[in-house]
Design a protein around this ligand. Structure first.
Ligand SMILES: Cc1ncc(COP(=O)(O)O)c(C=O)c1O
Length: 376
């Protein structure tokens, strides 16, 4: 077993294994970038981000998204978390209502809390956000924005269908609703690409698409992008932080530009896709073998399996027993704006190798057996 700092198998850990972090490729890219001898790399940068980097990124995304991306529609960020914070700063005021998917990424809920926003959850089904529930909520609220994770959603793994994306863009147009699409898992498919990202709608709906190198390369780079129409990007660029700081992360942008231009970003992503597909399959097989009472949809990409336990089991109450058995996870309630999903738990397969994943599931099965015996 590698990458396991302690004996605990923490399925809650949404980081890649350290063995998957591309140290050699980053060293090569940094050498390549520094040997250009251009001191501008160490200067304050453009508010929108370095144009050469944006051109390289646009080429990479055009190829990987299989849909055209223009450098003019990209603004560089320090990752999706920072981008989300910037979007909230520029497009919301404390007390505003925003819509999120129910369930949604729990740390995004913290960003929204930082901005004093009222969060209203819109349920999802197997095709993504439920449009009937969204339409209904729009009769009662006037949200500043809707936050969605269209592909391989965190935590549910759900991918919004192409038809649903089309309908969501139509709702955005009809209600002038700002859609903030967190597309951090869009490129992480295990063989079948999801429908084109919501970024494909930036010209005909109010859509901001957030992307990041965290899941496709390395989170420590703190580098991402915001894709949107010029008026929306202009509004974001009126930020004091962006002005004062001279754009976001110009140094990492320079290194990653070399990574992209040398083909190392593509090669690294291909490795991740292979490893995550294998790990996901191993985790699902172990769950089917050891936890036949649990249900889940096998993921087709992303980082997570969203497991439903029998209704007699509370994932939060099970957690101390699980930790005592040497395994942990994120309980479903964390991902809810209304404390729902009591019997759900989210397991990440990105951090551990296959032996650790199997061991973790065996421990989880023991914890459930102990919990159920004690509950009788
Ligand atoms: C849905 C989602 N958005 C954003 C992030 C964080 O992205 P970044 O590292 O680019 O801030 C994560 C990380 O787990 C995530 O799952």
């Amino acid at each position: 077993m590698t990458d396991t700092p302690h004996d605990l198998v923490d399925f809650g850990n949404g980081q890649p294994s350290s063995s998957l972090l591309p140290l050699d490729a980053i060293r090569t890219a940094a050498d390549h970038c520094l040997s250009r001898g251009d001191a501008a790399l160490l200067q304050y940068g453009d508010d929108q981000g370095d144009v050469d980097f944006r051109e390289s990124l646009a080429r990479f995304l055009t190829h990987r998204y299989a849909t055209p991306v223009s450098a003019a529609h990209l603004m560089i960020s320090a990752g999706v978390s920072q981008a989300l914070d910037l979007v909230c700063t520029r497009f919301t005021r404390p007390g505003d209502t925003i819509f999120v998917e129910e369930p949604t990424y729990f740390l995004a809920l913290e960003v929204f809390r930082d901005h004093g926003l009222q969060v209203v959850g819109i349920p999802i089904d197997h095709d993504g956000i439920r449009l009937d529930a969204l339409q209904d909520a729009l009769t009662r609220h006037c949200p500043a924005l809707l936050y969605t994770i269209p592909s391989f959603q965190n935590p549910s793994g759900t991918t919004m269908s192409a038809a649903r994306r089309e309908q969501l863009a139509a709702v955005s147009r009809a209600h002038d609703l700002l859609i903030v699409a967190d597309e951090v898992y869009q490129l992480l498919d295990f063989g079948t690409a999801p429908p084109p990202p919501l970024a494909a709608y930036i010209r005909d709906a109010r859509v901001l698409s957030l992307g990041s190198f965290s899941k496709i390369c390395a989170p420590g780079l703190r580098l991402g992008w915001i894709q949107g129409a010029a008026p929306l990007l202009d509004h974001l660029m009126q930020s004091g932080v962006v002005h004062s700081g001279g754009g976001l992360n110009p140094f990492a942008s320079g290194v990653v530009r070399s990574l992209l231009d040398l083909g190392l970003a593509d090669a690294g992503l291909d490795v991740l896709l292979r490893v995550y597909a294998e790990r996901s399959a191993v985790l699902c097989r172990a769950l089917r073998d050891a936890l036949p009472m649990a249900t889940f949809v096998e993921p087709r990409g992303g980082y997570f399996v969203w497991v439903q336990l029998p209704s007699t089991i509370s994932a939060s109450r099970l957690l101390p027993t699980a930790v005592a058995e040497g395994v942990s996870y994120r309980a479903g309630a964390l991902f809810s704006s209304v404390n729902g999903f009591a019997r759900s738990l989210r397991l990440s397969f990105a951090h551990y190798d296959e032996a650790a994943l199997v061991l973790g599931v065996q421990r989880l099965a023991r914890a459930i057996a102990r919990y159920s015996t004690n509950a009788e």
